[in-house]
Design a protein around this ligand. Sequence first.
Ligand code: FES
Length: 128
Amino acid sequence: MYSDKVMDHFMNPRNVGKIEDANGIGEVGNSKCGDIMKIYLKVENNIIEDIKFQTFGCGAAIATSSIATEMVKGKTIDEALKLTNKAVVDALGGLPSNKVHCSVLAEQALKAAIEDYKKNNQREAVSG
Ligand code: FES
């Protein structure tokens, strides 16, 4: 049912955890399955220097969060905003159709974290 890549990222998820001094945090959930995904970003000079995630959810949700963090680490926030759930699914070698929404969660959590970073950044710019 799952590709080797999905199993690998589920069994050995990359970038799990929390960034204490994160400057962008995004949390999203899916009301149907109840799964929750939280992404922490440490952005410096527009680059995602560090990214971690905490996912309370199914194996596909964990695998998609894991690979999505790998795909955007070291990228600019504009590049990261272009990450689609389709790219995440492709990178995992596909997902069963009833698990595609798990990859949508990863895209949404990342975007929410970037939006949060942008908000924090604007506030800093205003307050000097
Ligand atoms: Fe809902 Fe996977 S079953 S995120």
